[in-house]
Design a protein around this ligand. Structure first.
Ligand SMILES: [Zn+2]
Length: 136
């Protein structure tokens, strides 16, 4: 038990080194739903690399993190924020948004329509393909 906790703490410490730059990048808004005035914390987009990687981290609010991690509690209405997120200039946020949109699109017509607007830059498909099998 203690070992796992130490490992977790070491990871958090390493991630905290990214904190300042991530705070600057996100401008105090959740990088997924754009909510401001809520607590944000670092979310490592899966698959999580063995070494913490700044480009695989995002600042998300608690609601987004819960909605990503707990598929059973997923609320399609919350994910209307993907209207903005699929245009994110942060590749890992955009790629995660595209994968989440695929999930929502199995249930919501608006999500299917939104999928038609996705415009991928080079390399983003690779990232999407890496994230897809990691998310339930
Ligand atoms: Zn959010």
């Amino acid at each position: 038990m203690a070992k796992g906790r130490d490992k977790h703490q070491a990871r958090q410490q390493e991630l905290s080194l990214f904190g300042k730059d991530l705070v600057r990048r996100c401008g105090a808004q959740c990088e997924m739903c754009a909510e401001s005035g809520v607590p944000l914390s670092i979310f490592e987009v899966p698959p999580v690399p063995s070494e913490p990687d700044f480009d695989r981290c995002a600042m998300f609010c608690e609601t987004c993190q819960e909605q990503i991690n707990q598929p059973k509690r997923r609320d399609s209405n919350h994910w209307r924020c993907l209207n903005g997120a699929i245009w994110s200039e942060v590749p890992v946020v955009k790629a995660l948004a595209v994968v989440m949109l695929e999930k929502v699109a199995t249930q919501e017509a608006w999500a299917v329509d939104l999928q038609e607007q996705i415009y991928l830059q080079e390399g983003e498909q690779t990232l999407i393909d890496a994230i897809r099998p990691e998310l339930k």
